[in-house]
Structure formats: C-alpha cells, structure tokens
Design a protein around this ligand. Structure first.
Ligand code: ADP
Ligand code: MG
Length: 729
C-alpha cells in the first residue's frame, strides 16, 4: 500500500485520450452478420437438399436428421475456415454467470503421420464436455457424471476470435437441464403451443406464437488504472466501501449530457463488433448515474435475443479493455448511486405477423389484445413470487427495494387507458357480456385509443409495465442471464393460456358463443388478478403495506425468495408446461443458494481484508499525526491555551478511535458469523445465515469505514474515492 499509487492511478486515468477506432469503409449492411453462419451463408455453403432440410427443421422447430447434420458440418466447417477459424467450441450457458466453452482444433490424425482438418456431424450435434466443474445442484451425483451439450439449431453459429462457436444446450445423461438454454427452449415451446391455441380463436391460420425479447443493458465504465487500485472492484465487481462524492447524480446532468469522447469511441467499437456478430445494437445513451450507460438492440426472438445478450456481455468486457476501461455489470457497483438493471421488453407475436399485446384497429384485434393482456395479468398475479425469485441474486438484492429501482414486490403497471378498459370489463353485467353480434359490443373494446400505441404514461417505479405493445420487466439485474426471467414468465403465461383455452373450449362445447365465452373468461381473470395491478408509486412505504394486504409477495430476503420455486403451484406449473421437473427445480435451488452464499462470502472476506490491512493502518497513521501534533502543542503552549488549540484534534482522535474499535470488533464478529454459517450443511440454511448474520456486519463495517474516509487525510487514504472513480473526463 502506498499513497503514491493512488495518485498515480488518478493521474493516469485523467490523462487518457480517446482511442482511435478504425471505421470500416463499407456501410453496415456490407459487414452486418459477417461472423455469423446465417441463412445466406447456409445457402452459399450447403448443398441445396441440406439447406432445405436445415431451414425446414429450424422453421418448423423439428429435430435435424443425423445424415443432414454431417452435411451441415462440412459446409459450416468450410465457411468457418474460409473466415479464419481454426477451432470450434460448443458454446453453452451453465448455471454460473456468463457462458462456457471448450475449444477444440479442427485437426485430427490423417493416418499417415500428419493431420487433416475435420469436423463431423457428430461433433457438430453432440459433445461431452467435462461437466464436473459446472454447478448442478447434485443432479450429476445422483445420476451420472456425464453431461452432454447438443446443438441448438434455432440459434446460428458464429465466429469469435478465430473460434467457431456453436450454441448448445447442456444436459445430464438422464436429460435434466444443467444450463439456462434448455429450460428456456422448453418454455418458449410451451408458450408457442399455448399461445397458438388461444390465437387461433381469432385467426385459425396461426401455427406458431413466438416470444420476443428486447433487452436494455445498463453498465458502468471505470478507468482501468482506478479499477486496479480498488481490490473490491477487482474481486467482487462492486465497491464495498466509499463515501458518496459531493457531486454525484443530484443534478441529473449526466443523463442528458454529452457522452465523453473516450466512452463514445468505446461505444462505436462495441457497436461495430456487435453488428459483425449480427447483434442489432441500436440505441446507446447515458444513464442516470455518472459513468453509467445503456445499450439496446432491436428486439428479436427470445432465444436468439438472449444468446445475443450473453455474447454482448462478453464482448463489452473485451472491447472495454482496448479502451482502457473496465465494464461493471454488477447491479450495484456504487452505494448511494443508481444501480444497473436490464429491462426485458417482452412480447408475443403470431407467425402471421401480429403482435399480441398491441391494440389494433378492429374489434377482433382488440378483443385478442385484451385476451392476451388479461392472461398475462393472471399469470403475473398467480406467479408474482416466482417472477421475483427468477430475478433475485446476491447482486440484484442491493438494487431491488432501494429507492431507485423496482421495489422488491412484483406488480403490474397498465396505464390509465388500459386500466379504464379493464374497469369496464370488470363492471360489465351479464347483459353486456351476453352479446350476440360484434356490432352491439357495449364494452367499446374496439375503441381503444390509438394513443395507447405510444404510451407516454410511463411509470418508472413499476417492475412490470405495459408500454404500448409489450411489457417491460424491469426487475432483471444487469449481470443476469435473461433466460431466468424469460423461463418463468413464458412458462407462467403458457400455463395460464392453456387454462384459458380449456375454459373457453369447455364453454363453447356447452353451446356458448366464442365471443361470450372469451369475454366471460376475460372478466373472471380481470376480477381474480386485480391485486397485481398497481399504477401508483412503487417506491413508497405505503405501497409495501398495501401490497402485503393485497396478498402479494413482500419477502425481502433473497434466500427465502427462492422458496417460491418449490411451492406446489410452481412445481405443478413447471410440470404441466414441461419446463422443469421437481428434481430440476430442487437441484437448481441448491445452486442458487450456493451461489448466494459464495458471493457474500467472497465480499465479506475482501471487506475484512481491506478493513484490517488497508483502512485501519491508514487511519492509525493519520491518528498518530494528530497525536503528534497535540503533543507538540502541549509542549509549546500553556496548558490553558494548548487545551483550546488542540480541542478539535483531540475530538477527531477520539472519534477515529471509536470508529476503529467498532471496525475491529465488527470484523471479528463477521468472521465468527461466517465460521458458524460455514458449518451448516443445508445450502438453504447456510444462505439464510449469510443473509441474516454476515450481511448486516458488512453494512456496519461500511458505515464506519465511510466515516473514516471523511476524516482521514486525503493523501493517506489508500483507495480511489467515488469522486475519482465516477467521473470520466
Ligand atoms: P426505453 O428506454 O424508452 O424503454 P429503448 O428504446 O431503450 O426504450 O428500448 C426499448 C427496447 O424494447 C428495444 O430493445 C426495442 O427493440 C424493444 N421493443 C420494442 N418493441 C418490442 C416488442 N414488441 N417486443 C419486445 N421488445 C420490443
Ligand atoms: Mg426502458
């Protein structure tokens, strides 16, 4: 620890200039997707029959015959080698953060002492990575040590850093999912089937319903020299201490301000890389907090959109380094400053080109719109605790419930117009619903004002908001794999749509007309799920009370939130939709609790180390400077005068001593709490112990360290401060 390091890092950061980005000469359409084995490349590199068979398997969501796989592998390999690839990998999404890959070269023995470049259908379609190092919640122990990765043909292969990446699912020998992609594909399949069932009430030609996702990725950038001088950032992705700087976001000037040139260069570079990989990056802007930014693409089919988000997160990390930045994807890198989320804009649409959450011009369209909205309401209401469990992590727990992010309660914002319509449906008597012909509709669903389409009635405090033609699930964390939220949401909605279709079909078989059956089922849903609808201020204390009274889930402890996955209604819902078996849910919860514990454990260790080895020594040094001063004053002045002159120093010495004593004691207490928690065998109980006994120590420690930061000589303070970390010139 040296004071000069801190100032050197600040100096280094302040002196940096924007890195030059070499812009391609061509327009984006020339290089867009050049690193992706997309339809155009398939057409170019595959024999006609192979291309047709592959395209048809993708479009009809059917498995690919093995014979075709061999031919695809040949074409894909040729394309990859033509584009500089030397290795290939099965790219999958284990239950840890991020993605995993194991690279193999395209070479094999040629039988004559040399090598040839090979890649067979077998290698393309299925592999057996060493699964033992990935979390599995005990599934592999119970069954079989092997895990398989298998090609997901719905997501195209791509080349990154000379490696052909093949998107794959990752499952155990007995078929249990060990990843995020498998259950996501299952959930998308179930919402496709259920959605199409309901959509066919309105258009019998509908074959498929697709789920769409447009994520908005928030992130922070920090200069790499400052980052390197903060062990907490390096090891945990967030600052575990740091007093708010005099200026942070009070003026909200960052949001509207110009993007600093260094950041602009980074963004440009990142967008180029995105476009080459076929990620349709579109929007970029400053966010509310200083150094916070956002990137959003054009929305895509959910599975592809999620692959693209995972790819983006690793791209960002890589590109940032070229610009001497580090990307912080943590949900709460800085205390007292806005956290980062990843809004998930989500919608359903038919293969006939209709978005199902968009009001239309005709009565039919609007009845369909209301049908789907009411079903989403019911699903979100029934499964509000589960949806919250799907987005909670140790990191996101810092963001939810704080006064700047979605509260730790799931509710739904609908806006005044949609609320009015639902109100009318709710109040409509049987006579209104008992309508023979469409023209006589008294509910006026046909008259949904077009203004709804650009719904400006935005409520930023709502975790799940209707925004004109989609829902925006805002509680998702910035570092999360969106699949977790998308699995729960799509499965819950699929299950609800199936019940709805059952009820409507039953009524119709008893002689009720389709319209009457639809309206009466919609009314039931609207009445039953009213409690989820809340357009007020989600940040208010009063809402917490009201939400509890309404029967919504108000649990605020992350480890306890995960219990929602194992409630009978969740287990049944996931079983009916074929998304998770009970065994899978149990195994995954083990992993969630374990991950929670590990995150807090690492943070607690780092904080303890910083407190004892960085903060206390610095404070002691400054304290002795003050003590020395007091001694000298006493020697020079009469007792009377000396007492007067050194009063402030004495007070500081005393206050510092108090903070230091508390820090020492609290570190001991924290170590003890950890030791006790570590002895607990159950992952759930252990996570609860970490939450209840370790986290509070960390909060106390931070409070006292931040107080010391205000007192200790700036020259001696060993870490870059918020005012340095948070501003890029
Ligand atoms: P805002 O910040 O105002 O919420 P942005 O433009 O940053 O809006 O992001 C909106 C995101 O929503 C984009 O990714 C956009 O493509 C996506 N989106 C728009 N329409 C839909 C839709 N029907 N389904 C899913 N995502 C959508
Ligand atoms: Mg948004």
């Amino acid at each position: 620890m040296s004071t000069s390091f801190r100032f050197k890092s600040v100096e280094e950061a302040a002196s940096r200039k924007a890195v030059n980005v070499a812009l391609p000469k061509e327009r984006p359409e020339a290089y867009y997707g050049c690193q992706v084995f997309n339809r155009q490349k398939m057409f170019e590199y595959l024999p006609k029959e192979t291309f047709d068979a592959l395209a048809s398997a993708i479009d009809n969501k059917e498995p690919l015959p093995r014979a075709v796989a061999d031919s695809v592998a040949q074409g894909m390999k040729r394309w990859a080698i033509d584009n500089g690839a030397r290795h290939y990998t099965h790219w999958f999404h284990p239950l840890t953060d991020g993605t995993a890959e194991k690279h193999d070269a395209f070479v094999d023995h040629d039988g004559k002492g040399g090598v040839i470049e090979t890649f067979t259908g077998k290698l393309l379609v299925q592999q057996e990575p060493d699964a033992s190092s990935f979390p599995n919640g005990g599934i592999r122990n119970t069954f079989e040590a092997r895990g398989y990765s298998a090609w997901d043909i719905s997501s195209p292969a791509f080349i990154i850093d000379g490696t052909l990446c093949i998107p794959t699912i990752f499952i155990s020998y007995t078929g249990e999912s060990l990843d995020y992609k498998t259950p996501l594909l299952r959930a998308l399949n179930s919402v496709d089937k259920a959605g199409a069932r309901v959509a066919r009430f309105f258009d019998p030609e509908v074959k498929h319903v697709n789920s769409f996702l447009g994520w908005e990725q928030e992130y922070f950038l920090v200069d790499e020299a400052l980052y390197a001088a903060r062990p907490d950032l390096v090891m945990t992705g967030r600052t575990l201490m740091g007093h708010e700087s005099a200026k942070n976001q009070q003026l909200e000037d960052h949001y509207f301000g110009a993007i600093p040139s260094r950041v602009e260069a980074f963004m440009l570079d990142l967008e180029l890389e995105c476009h080459k990989l076929g990620i349709p990056a579109k929007t970029r802007h400053n966010e509310v907090a200083p150094n916070q930014f956002e990137l959003a693409p054009i929305y895509e089919e959910t599975n592809l959109a999620n692959d693209h988000n995972l790819l983006l997160m690793s791209l960002m990390t890589e590109v940032a380094r070229r610009h001497n930045f580090r990307v912080l994807l943590h949900e709460k890198p800085f205390g007292g400053v806005n956290g980062s989320g990843k809004h998930n804009n989500w919608s359903l649409g038919t293969d006939r080109g209709k978005l199902l959450f968009a009001p239309g011009k005709t009565h039919e369209d609007n009845l369909q719109f209301i049908t789907f909205v009411a079903n989403v309401m019911a699903a979100v209401h029934t499964h509000n605790a589960l949806l919250k469990a799907s987005i909670i992590t140790a990191g996101n727990a810092h963001r939810l419930g704080a006064n700047e992010a979605p509260p730790a309660i799931i509710s739904m914002f609908l806006g005044s117009q949609l609320s009015d319509i639902l109100d009318r449906i709710e109040k409509a008597g049987d006579a209104d619903i008992d309508l023979g012909s469409k023209e006589e509709m008294k509910l006026d669903v046909a008259q949904i004002p077009e203004i709804l389409l650009d719904n400006t009635d935005r409520n930023r405090t709502s975790p799940f908001a209707f925004t004109g033609n989609r829902f925006e699930f805002r509680a998702v964390g910035s570092s999360a794999n969106c699949a977790s939220a998308m699995i729960a949401l799509n499965a819950a909605v699929a299950d609800q749509l199936n019940r709805f279709a059952d009820a409507v079909e039953k009524a119709m078989s008893a002689g009720v007309s389709l319209h009457r059956a639809l309206l009466s089922e919609i009314k039931k849903l609207v009445v039953a799920s009213k409690a989820i609808h809340f357009d007020g201020n989600g940040y208010s204390e009063q809402w917490k009370k009201e939400a509890a009274a309404r029967g919504l889930d108000v649990e605020s402890s992350a480890p306890l939130m995960y219990d929602a996955y194992l409630r009978p209604e969740s287990i049944d819902m996931f079983a009916r939709t074929g998304v998770f078996s009970k065994l899978e849910l149990e195994a995954r919860n083990e992993v969630k609790w374990e991950m929670y514990t590990k995150k807090v454990q690492i943070e607690a260790r780092v904080l303890g180390d910083l407190a004892i080895n960085h903060i206390l020594p610095a404070a002691t040094r400054y304290q002795s400077v003050l003590l020395d001063n007091v001694f000298k004053i006493k020697q020079l002045f009469t007792a009377d005068k000396a007492g007067h002159i050194s009063a402030q120093d004495l007070l500081s010495i005393e206050q510092m001593a108090e903070h230091m004593a508390i820090i020492r004691a609290e570190v001991d207490k924290m170590v003890d709490a950890r030791r006790k928690a570590n002895r607990i065998a159950s992952e759930r109980e252990k996570a609860i112990a970490y939450h209840d006994t370790v986290v509070p120590c960390m909060e106390t420690l931070r409070y006292h360290i931040d107080k010391l930061e205000l007192m200790v000589d700036n020259e001696i303070w060993p870490l870059p401060k918020y005012r340095e970390l948070l501003f890029i010139r």
